[in-house]
Design a protein around this ligand. Structure first.
Ligand SMILES: [Zn+2]
Length: 330
């Protein structure tokens, strides 16, 4: 059974709009990040935050999980980022969902389980009201945190490569017929930036802690969800969500800017015995040999790409990579 897996991905993305992280008025600019090359020289290029990559993994889990009937809380069902939540009388209640306790939250929602959550609720919550020494009633807040089982780096350009971004003007084509509402203008031009380059990211999935309630460690079964109650299905959906990301299902403008994606290299490291270190990033040229040299015994490394490195099992297709890792969850 898989306990931990890491992904190192090198991917070419042409004409992408992977973030809307720098928006000002009707100008949507792509995020530019500063970083250092191997010689310590400063580089500036388009980059996408790890929050954004995690969001696209979340969206992948939502799509695949709802098709398979995985349980989601009412926030995760609709993609509301404040999670968990319960829909009561058509209003989302974060407080009432958290008040049911971590075991219930995890059992009811595969995303809250795997992507974690941070609940900081001021005022009366699960702790209820209590009376202070002076006899005044105080409201006690609720604070609960579940760390994410999935972890992402930023998406960064591979060092030494070319990358570019360009701003273009879009405008909607008017039909010629007027609206009754004079405030509706259909021809407002707007600016958007698109980037192109060879990028890399690393990600890790702490499979052993899916379904686990840390507070219950030491008890006979610290898992709120076990292999007989859908835990394996959650793991498979979390793994399959990476396949969607590798196909370019990431980005803020999928309706009109699906990136021209070409997965160049994928290095997977997995363990059936325990947690693994994070891999060396594919933004560096010697990342494969360094990752092979970093991973402990009992790690299996799978590689898809044009190199023929030692210490890895070479795969020919993304399907072959996923067939092997999914077979370790069966
Ligand atoms: Zn949820």
């Amino acid at each position: 059974m898989l306990k931990f897996i890491t992904f190192s991905v090198k991917v070419q993305l042409n004409v992408h709009d992977l973030n809307n992280e720098a928006v000002a008025g009707n100008v949507t600019d792509i995020r530019i990040m500063e970083f250092l090359d191997e010689m310590g020289g400063k580089v500036e290029a388009t980059a996408v935050s790890g929050r954004m990559l995690k969001h696209w993994h979340y969206e992948g889990m939502r799509k695949l999980g709802s098709a398979q009937g995985l349980p989601f809380c009412d926030a995760c069902k609709i993609g509301e980022p404040v999670r968990p939540a319960k829909l009561e009388n058509n209003i989302l209640s974060h407080k009432n969902a958290v008040a049911e306790g971590q075991v219930a939250v995890i059992q009811k929602c595969a995303i809250c389980d795997i992507h974690g959550y941070l609940a900081a609720i001021a005022g009366e919550g699960r702790g209820g009201r209590r009376t202070s020494e002076e006899g005044e009633e105080e409201q006690e807040g609720v604070s609960e945190r579940r760390s994410s089982r999935v972890m992402f780096s930023w998406l960064m350009p591979v060092l030494g490569g070319e990358f570019s971004s360009r701003q273009v003007i879009h405008s909607r084509v008017k039909s010629g017929i007027s609206f009754d509402d004079k405030n509706l203008t259909s021809q407002m031009p707007f600016h958007k930036s698109y980037g192109s380059g060879i990028y890399a990211f690393v990600s890790a999935l702490d499979i052993d802690r899916i379904g686990l309630v840390e507070l219950n460690l030491g008890s006979p079964n610290p898992y709120a969800v076990d292999d007989n109650s859908g835990r394996k299905q959650r793991i498979k959906v979390a793994l399959e969500a990476y396949r969607l990301m590798l196909s370019g299902q990431l980005g803020a403008s999928l309706s009109h800017a699906v990136p021209h994606v070409n997965p160049l290299e994928i290095l997977v490291a997995y363990s059936e015995t325990g947690p693994l270190p994070f891999p060396v990033s594919p933004i560096y040229p010697d990342y494969i040999s360094k990752t092979v040299g970093l991973m402990p015994e009992n790690t299996t490394l799978l590689y898809l790409g044009s190199e023929t490195p030692t210490g890895v099992v070479k795969k020919n297709t993304i399907n072959e990579v996923f067939d092997e890792i999914l077979s370790k969850v069966a």
